[in-house]
Design a protein around this ligand. Sequence first.
Ligand SMILES: [Zn+2]
Length: 372
Amino acid sequence: MEPRRSIDFSLLLRIELKSSLLPSLNVVHASHLMELPTKVLIGEGVLSELGEFVRESTGRKKVVVASGSNVQSKVRDIVDSALGSQAAWVQVIAADTENVKRVMQASMGSGCIIGVGGGKSVDVGKLAAFRRHLPFYSVPTSASHDGISSPFASLKGLDRPYSVMAKPPLGILADIDVIASAPRRLLSSGCGDLVSKLTAVKDWQLAARVTGEYYGGYAASLALMSANVVIDGSKKIGRFGRDSVRDLVEALISTGVAAGIAGSSRPCSGSEHLFSHYLDLLAPNSGLHGEKCGIGTIMMAKLHGLDWRAVRSALVNVGAPVTASEIGVCDEKVIESLVRASSIRPDRYTILSRRRMNRRSAGELAGSTGVV
Ligand SMILES: [Zn+2]
């Protein structure tokens, strides 16, 4: 068994960011706030240490544990014995505002909120804690996307179809035993969300050149490093041994931290995420977030002149889908999503703002990359 590892991040750095990374623009950017997780506990069997991990926030107060029913059947005994009588469970049914309200109601008088699960419970718990001004702890039971550490929450019922800014978790506890036993499909999806940083960073660089938007070279490098964990090591990652799962989880945590450093989702989310969000609207129950982002990355990589074949083969190696039919989406919806994706968030300049898609060019792009 590998030793557990604990990572410390400093919290709340306020810095003045100047344009030194892009001297040609000669622009001095406004200050921005960096909010980061303060501690990460990662290792095999660490879930049993959850009580100690959250103790500083709770004292003797109750602890709201937001979780779905599948996850509860898997880990409830361990969590209950770690938290004792302090645990107050709230079942999360969907990632929407109704569930956020229920978690908020249950959290009256509690010391913190813990989101235990995959995407839904972490997103719901994170937004509920943000609105209640309570500390939030993220306990991922799968590694399917980077929301486990980011300051963003992705929910239905908000006024927009993409993530909203909340706060990053105060702490993240990632038990590799639990995450490695999640279905392979979830791990493959996490790889899709990781490779998407390649095109997200390209879009960010493009936007900085065209619009003068702030670009943070450090946050971009951190996100790219995480993407390259999958691109460079896809054959090994695809076997999903314990060490690979750990690399995957650490890479996902780091991309969420990159967003915290950037003060925006820019290093993690570009045109490939806009494509994925539009597909969410057209085909809400088809494909996981990371799967759709991975497919979007193949196409956006081609538009950016990147090696899209390398992206595609890395996704194949980790068992992630690379075609529309593999996620049960018809060709027409892919084409419509390509044409309309940039309308979902007009303030975000990406390659889809520069290379406006029409039905013909969208069909060519999706066809030439093998997506349709
Ligand atoms: Zn994502």
